[in-house]
Design a binder for this molecule. Structure first.
Ligand code: CMP
Length: 136
């Protein structure tokens, strides 16, 4: 069944000018782009988006990173989109990600990991409507 998920191409990926290559890999992976835009996250937006991580030790660094430059946010669609995107990204820690994955290709470590993808269907719905309320 066709499903939607949310991806963020993160500031490290855009700083490296690799967002086109990453998007091509996503398209080659069979995803359709339902909606997409480039933006700069405000501190308030980043904190709200990552609210579930507020108590984690990496939260302050994460917010600084995610607001350090432009990001591309996109709603993607394909069969089993949440799981398929997570496979395409590889694990959170880029150093552990296979070379063929987005994080293996473009990420640096556990924080500077190039891309975000929703981790469940429930969070995908929340994250898509966070950036694209018109799609809800
Ligand atoms: P993301 O999938 O966007 O979800 C939370 C983000 O926090 C993660 O990718 C990383 O960019 C960042 N992060 C930094 N340190 C950690 C950590 N120890 N565990 C998980 N995420 C981390």
């Amino acid at each position: 069944m066709s499903e939607r998920t949310l991806t963020i191409l993160k500031p490290d990926l855009l700083a490296a000018r690799q967002q086109g290559a990453a998007l091509q890999q996503i398209l080659d992976g069979g995803f359709d782009v339902v909606a997409m835009r480039q933006t700069i996250l405000s501190r308030e937006q980043a904190e709200a988006f990552y609210e579930v991580h507020r108590e984690r030790p990496f939260f302050t660094d994460l917010i600084a990173f995610m607001t350090s430059g432009p990001v591309v946010v996109a709603c993607l669609e394909r069969e089993n989109a949440v799981a398929r995107l997570r496979e395409l990204m590889g694990p959170t820690d880029s150093r552990k990600a296979p070379e063929s994955t987005l994080r293996g290709r473009f990420g640096t470590d556990i924080q500077y990991n190039a891309v975000h993808g929703s981790d469940s269907a429930e969070n995908a719905a929340r994250e898509v409507s966070f950036f694209f309320p018109e799609l809800a």
